[in-house]
Design a protein around this ligand. Sequence first.
Ligand code: AMP
Length: 176
Amino acid sequence: MEKILKTIRNVPDFPKPGIQFKDITPILHDPQLCREITDAFVEKLGGSRIDAVVGIESRGFLFGILLAQKLNVPFVMVRKSGKLPFTTVGMDYALEYGTARIEIHTDALQPGWNVVLHDDLLATGGTAAAAARLIEMQGAQVAAFTFVVELGFLGGRKNLGEHAGNIISLVNYDGE
Ligand code: AMP
């Protein structure tokens, strides 16, 4: 979607040198564009049965909750370690340097549920793959991944294929 590409702010060398940060905050200034993004996800999901939307902290909460509202299904947060108050199950995953941990409430999903897993941006796919494992540990499955932005040149998609065939992104930076 041309309008998304025009609206995203590219911030060089944030949070560290060599990274070009895709800042989606200008999108949030445009309520019409936010509606169009949410509607585009719904359209691309194509009417398949969805029981919940899971959003990854923290920018995955933004369109995650809008999408869950539009689909009229529960919204579930995947959060960084130590943030969720109730009983959790967690998953460690590798970062460029060191590891990180994400968690989900143990009662958030029902076995057999078809889940949409949402984040603002797909980079290497490490975070989304770890979140997919958390969903699968609850006996649910990832019906589709949704991202506003995909950094295609990083090849993150290949880390998600074992979890779901349907990987939706609205804009793709392929050649950077
Ligand atoms: P990854 O696990 O490598 O796919 O990283 C995905 C997470 O890091 C997402 O939650 C993104 O919000 C964030 N992220 C990674 N790279 C960027 C970038 N260039 N611009 C904005 N966010 C990014």
